[in-house]
Write a protein that binds this ligand. Structure first.
Ligand SMILES: [Zn+2]
Length: 307
């Protein structure tokens, strides 16, 4: 993703949850989310190699995510297509849509991208810039968090319907403007809905959520387009005692997978920590990610599903 301003105006409905509470009122142990397991799932993804669309690592990692979710969710739909790039190549992409309680009408949508970037343009030297990004944080962290959340939901079934959307091709091309060959999976999902009349109560995109030095400001497009969802997420984090990680301060405007989903009318915000020195470099590796950070995010994601 990249930071730049976007001007979309949507009508907003204030439906923020009114539950209050002071920081520290609940402890992290209040949810069964297992941060160590999430860390293990980061490691598993990195062992495949960079998950660059078209590569063997990408195919194998996609199979592993789909199989992992089949063990945890009620339904898994793989949405596959070939994408024609701006320079005329064809790459195979797939979104993985895993559903808990598929018949429930009240639903929550969680999104993450699972691909990794084919080049490291932010690296300091020209040889390194040609390398693919390992994507421990950028790609693997959100994916790992959702799979570990799947463990928790399998053990304690949610009453709400819950959908996990693992999108492909977020990070393939160039962030502009103009944006070229990026946000591919989220855009495809928005244009080819898998479910008729799909209107989740709210959605959260979890991106770069594993940084060992974790801090989330409130992303500007999210604040503008779905402020009630931002309030719900940050207030939930505060209630769990995570107010120093989820800081209620305005951050950057970031081009990310929530944008095509917002444009399609889904109320999805972006939870992202883009203050990450190893972003789009070969140094986005496992040592930059921590189980403690994944636990914080997983607890908030779990708590948001309680009704
Ligand atoms: Zn990226």
């Amino acid at each position: 993703m990249s930071a730049r301003a976007l001007g979309i105006v949507l009508l907003l409905a204030a439906t923020a949850c009114g539950r209050g509470g002071s920081e520290g009122a609940r402890t992290a142990a209040a949810t069964p989310f297992d941060g160590d397991k999430a860390m293990e799932y980061v490691r598993t993804q990195l062992a495949f190699g960079p998950r660059v669309p078209g590569s063997e690592a990408h195919r194998a990692a996609g199979d592993w995510i789909a199989a992992s979710m089949r063990q945890r969710a009620d339904t898994v739909i793989e949405q596959r297509w070939d994408h024609r790039t701006a320079d005329g190549r064809t790459i195979p992409l797939r979104n993985i849509f895993a559903r808990f309680n598929p018949n429930a009408s009240e639903r929550v949508l969680y999104v993450t991208h699972w691909d990794s970037r084919p080049k490291s343009e932010s690296a300091s030297d020209s040889v390194q810039r040609k390398l693919a990004v390992p994507g421990a944080n950028d790609g693997a962290s959100g994916t790992a968090m959702l799979i570990a959340l799947g463990d928790a939901l399998k053990a304690a079934r949610p009453t709400l319907g819950v959908d996990f959307l693992f999108v492909d091709g977020e990070d393939y091309g160039e962030f502009g403007p103009p944006d070229v060959d990026v946000l591919l999976g989220a855009s495809y999902f928005a244009e080819h809905p898998l479910v008729a009349n799909y209107h989740p109560l709210f959605g959260v995109l979890w991106d770069m959520v594993g940084d060992r030095d974790l801090r989330f400001d409130q992303e500007v497009n999210s604040l503008r387009e779905a402020p009630e969802v931002v309030s719900l997420v940050w207030e939930t984090a505060q209630r769990l005692g995570y107010g120093s990680t989820f800081v209620p301060a305005e951050g950057l405007a970031i081009t990310d997978d929530h944008i095509p989903l917002l444009k399609a009318g889904l109320r999805v915000i972006d939870v992202i920590d883009l203050d990450y020195p190893w972003h789009h470099t070969p140094d986005d590796t496992i040592d930059k990610v921590s189980a403690t950070s994944l636990k914080i995010v997983g607890d908030v994601a779990y708590e948001l599903l309680k009704r």
